[in-house]
Design a protein around this ligand. Structure first.
Ligand SMILES: [Cu+2]
Length: 507
């Protein structure tokens, strides 16, 4: 070994022993990143040629929501659940004033949009928090048509009633349909058994206090239920799903909602037999995947996460938190259950689709056979030609190992809890590959802000992708939206425990 080799050996050995944080900090010290309100961000926004400005006011406020029986005390946008949809045309500018009358600070994140970085709503990164009693105006061009939604990016606030659809219409809409229905799915505990802050406190206090062994798996109890221990009232036990590769969720929810309604008093959508309907499905849940089907019907999938796919028929769809699907359905004659099964949690949310006034209403527990039928997953989707990324080898690959366990509630990326000062550098113009390597025993719906990536292999465009336990999902995107962007698990409790990280464009 030469002196040089020995020095190299010692240095690399030290680096390995010294931990990743040190090297990450060192890496960041010498790098200048595009600032969220910087020149490059303004130039990227100007290049979107902002169109007509549409004004909206969102008042985040404590209030009551009638879930169709139970009335709960919660936090809402305005006075309804879900919040009033924002609807604009592609190319128009959303100018939304957020008035914060909550007792906590808040922000708004516009999920899925390739928007200007300083409107992205990540506190301490793209903006300061909006303090209780103050307000802020978000102004950004909505560049791509599709089904999006918005929610706070502060603590576990999205697991309250603070969520609403954001629909960007296509001025040259290629689909034809008679009706458009928005279906927002949610798991609900706020104001029933406590608040999301209570849930997060319980889960994150579990570190080292559980009986080990990875938490849920291996217990012999037959039915998902809250923890038997009064000490852990919010924890979910035995939520198992083959579709999700095992453990389906951490949190026990007393209700599952479709458009803010419990199954006992569902929303009814009405139409005529033979009508064609576009249904925009949004999973706004905190810790629940939903399997969706419409009784006696097949659905034609046309979009996922706002972006078009080659139309494909399916009986059922699985939506992780943050995911969206658009489907077209030609309605039969009768009354049909539109059911969203809380995957692995053996409870459901539902609506009724009625085309015959006198048809017998489906029962509250009706589970259409389609739930167990064909389920189109990512491997069966093909991107529409217009949104396919050009073939290109990645210029850079960033590996994100998804780690942690239910027992310790120590969810991280690359074993590092979220630190807003640690930013992974990329360069404008690069084709970037994110390699999500799930080294945990639980599934994670991974979301990238400000970009719509392409799943490697199929090229399907998405902004949120389920990564099953033990599996690797590679996604590629073109670095064409400068700023500092978050990547995180859309399980809000995993994210808050630490499963978030940042990418930054170098100047
Ligand atoms: Cu997760």
């Amino acid at each position: 070994m030469t002196a040089f080799d020995r020095r190299l050996f010692l240095r690399t050995g030290l680096l390995a022993a010294g931990g990743a944080l040190l090297s990450a900090c060192a890496k960041n010290e010498n790098i200048t990143f595009v600032q969220p309100a910087g020149d490059q961000v303004r130039a990227a926004e100007a290049a979107r040629t902002p169109g007509t400005i549409r004004d909206f006011t969102l008042t985040a406020r404590p209030g009551h929501a009638d879930l169709g029986g139970p009335t709960v005390s919660t936090w809402l946008y305005g006075d309804r659940l879900p919040g009033e949809p924002i609807r604009v045309k592609a190319g128009e500018v959303v100018r939304a004033k957020l008035v914060n009358t909550l007792p906590q600070p808040t922000t708004v994140h516009w999920h899925g949009l390739a928007l200007r970085n300083d409107a992205d709503g990540v506190p301490g990164v793209t903006q300061p928090v909006i303090a209780a009693g103050s307000e802020r105006v978000y102004e950004f061009t909505a560049p791509h048509p599709g089904t999006y939604w918005f929610h706070p990016h502060h603590g576990p606030q999205l697991d309250r009633g603070l969520y609403a659809p954001l629909i960007v219409e296509d001025p040259a809409e290629p689909l034809t349909y008679d009706h458009e229905w928005i279906v927002v799915l949610d798991d609900w505990m706020d104001g029933v058994s406590g608040t999301p802050d209570d849930v997060l406190a319980e889960l994150t206090s579990m570190a080292g206090m559980m009986d080990g062994g990875g938490g849920h798996g291996g217990h012999a109890m037959p039915t998902p239920r809250p923890s038997a221990s009064a000490k852990w009232p919010y924890m979910m036990m035995n939520a198992e799903s083959d579709l999700l590769g095992g453990d389906a969720g951490d949190v026990y929810y007393p209700h599952f909602l479709l458009n803010g309604r419990v199954p006992a008093s569902p929303e009814t959508f009405t139409a005529k037999p033979g009508d064609k309907v576009r249904i925009r499905l949004i999973n706004a849940g905190g810790d629940t995947a939903f399997r969706v089907a419409l009784g006696d019907h097949t659905m034609t999938v046309t979009h996922t996460d706002g972006f078009p796919v080659e139309p494909v028929e399916t009986d059922a769809l699985l939506l992780g938190m943050g995911e969206r699907y658009d489907v077209l359905v030609t309605l039969k004659d009768g009354a049909f259950p539109l059911v969203a099964l809380a995957e692995g949690k053996r409870a459901l949310a539902r609506a009724v689709v009625r085309t015959a006034p006198s048809a017998r209403a489906p029962g509250a527990e009706d589970r259409p056979a389609q739930l167990e039928g064909r389920l189109v997953g990512y491997d069966r989707l093909v991107p529409a030609a217009a949104v396919r990324l050009a073939a290109k080898n990645p210029d850079r690959t960033i590996t994100l190992r998804l780690m942690g366990s239910m027992a310790k509630y120590d969810w991280t990326i690359n074993r590092k809890k979220y630190d807003p000062k640690v930013i992974e550098p990329i360069r404008s113009g690069e084709r970037v590959r994110l390699s999500f390597v799930n080294q945990s025993l639980m599934w994670h719906p991974m979301h990238l802000h400000g970009h719509t990536f392409a799943l490697a292999g199929t090229g399907v465009r998405k902004d949120t992708a389920i990564v099953l336990p033990g599996m690797t999902v590679n996604v590629d995107f073109d670095a064409d939206n400068p700023g500092i962007w978050m990547i995180h698990c859309h399980n809000i409790y995993h994210a808050e425990a630490g499963m978030m990280s940042l990418l930054g464009y170098r100047v």
